[in-house]
Design a protein around this ligand. Structure first.
Ligand SMILES: Nc1ncnc2c1ncn2[C@@H]1O[C@H](COP(=O)(O)OP(=O)(O)OP(=O)(O)O)[C@@H](O)[C@H]1O
Length: 200
């Protein structure tokens, strides 16, 4: 279980959010909504252990989640806005880099996002939606309990959203948790919403 207690974040000397509390049990999903600049990406980065909270605590099964950085990193996948694909490497080579770190099969991960025919192409030749699917393929390599997703569906066509929904459902059925920032509907039935206030 992931528990956030009274989290606050300061960016550029401004309090982006404060007093934020929520908990997430296995199989649950939380949608972060709110205006541009409300702090959704900042919260995801905080949950990923990439920025420290200004106040509050984050617990994983009752213990300080951020006390052991490598252990926290190993239990999550964080997908930022950027697709994090090296443009000069093929899609397969990009995925193979992550597979060396985490394990898992490149072919099956590409198939999970419908990119099995494009693995030989340099990432720079992919369309925007294909690049996004290339980033999502990282989720399909090996299971971890927590997915942190920043606007994961941007650029995806209808068929890709459906495939992404299948990936999300399998993750949750296996006890995985999802926290996703989004401005649009995501295929996460029963997800709770956390609306962040703030600057427009
Ligand atoms: N490195 C930084 N230095 C200073 N301010 C920052 C930094 N990163 C983010 N901010 C500010 O923090 C606030 C929250 O930004 P954040 O990216 O978390 O918002 P968001 O809710 O994800 O927005 P969007 O919907 O546009 O993606 C913004 O006002 C932003 O300008």
């Amino acid at each position: 279980m992931l528990e956030a207690h009274e989290l606050a974040a300061i960016r550029g000397e401004r309090v982006v959010f404060a007093g934020l509390s929520f908990s997430l049990s296995p199989g649950e999903a939380l949608l972060l909504t709110g205006a541009n600049g409300a702090g959704k990406s900042t919260l995801l980065r905080l949950l990923a252990g990439l920025v420290p909270p200004a106040e509050g605590s984050l617990l994983w099964h009752g213990s300080d989640a951020l006390a052991d950085g490598p252990a926290h990193a190993a239990r999550l996948r964080y997908l930022a806005h950027a697709d994090a694909l090296k443009p000069g490497l093929t899609l397969e080579e990009n995925l193979a880099f992550w597979a060396r770190l985490w394990g898992g099969g490149v072919g099956s991960a590409l198939a999970a996002v419908g990119l099995e025919g494009l693995g030989h192409l340099p990432a720079r030749m992919l369309s925007a939606g294909q690049k996004r699917r290339g980033a999502l393929a990282r989720l399909a390599l090996t299971p971890v309990p927590l997915w942190l997703l920043d606007e994961p569906s941007v650029g995806l066509d209808a068929a890709s959203i459906t495939r992404f929904g299948t990936l999300l459902a399998a993750h949750r059925e296996a006890g995985g948790m999802v926290v996703a920032a989004t401005h649009v509907d995501l295929p996460l039935p029963g997800a709770r919403a956390l609306r962040l206030g703030g600057a427009a």
